[in-house]
Design a protein. Sequence first.
Length: 333
Amino acid sequence: MATRRSWAMWLTAIALAMAPRAAHAQQSPPAGDDANPLRQPAPASELEISEPTLPSPIENSPAMQFASGLQMAPARGGAELLPRPAGPEWQGEQPDWIQHGTAPLDESELAPEALSGEPALQGFPAPLANSYGKAYPPAFKAPLTRESWMFRPFHVDGFAGTLLAANPIKNRVDAGAGFYIGFRLGWDMSKHFGTETSFGFCKVGNTYVNLPFKMGDEKLFLWDASWLWYPWGDTRFRPYLILGTGLYDIHFVNEINQVVHSTLFQFPWGGGFKYRFGNRLALRFDVRDNIGYGAGDGLGVMHNLSLTANMEWHFGGGPKRSYWPWNPGRNWW
């Protein structure tokens, strides 16, 4: 009895464990191809991949006519043409630029030979040619391409030249010319404007109208702060105009052995040019009229003309940038 009862209990437990699985199987759809339409193979027609099609070219479009003209253009210098795929043909009479390969140009559209030093290429117009046959800007007025005056805006230089001193006392003391030296400090604030200060020293010989056999010396010290205007901007050859104000110190002995020592106001104005060499050096030539206004001791208005030349050394401006690969290496933009 005990054995039968234990078997019955085991069978009942197994039946209770299998009941939920049977109920879940009745609710699930039958496994098979017809039960899930996603499992059905797609028709063969739907699996075919159609080739992409492009719109047919417009045979009379300007682009196709241009391509046809290039194919039909003869080669220069007897060079052999490579085979090209056939394309649409030009409709009607062919223009000259197809028959000759390039459009015929008149002389006003060609680069002048004097600009580059080489004969202009036939058929290639000058990139900056105008209707008058002149290229703009000229070579000496072309802007810098790998450097700029603004990259090193500060400069220092020592100058030397000649000072043609004015007569300090009219009809009594005559002045001559002397060796003029000094130094400058400057700053280019923009491509067209700058400022600088200069200190100059000179010693000239004086003669006396009433005492022709007597000679004397005249010592001059000039200081000014000036504005510079560069009309051409950032060019290698850089002309400028200058206008400023400052002080003018004069020391000499007049014809009656009186010492004359005065400090006067002066207003220098003039011009010159600079020419850049490399990254830091620039040649400079300067012409100024240093106008000194006298006061007392018989001094009048004096025009002291100075002519100087020097080399400028440029510095400052912070770190430079190299635009690689357009401008690689050691050449800074």
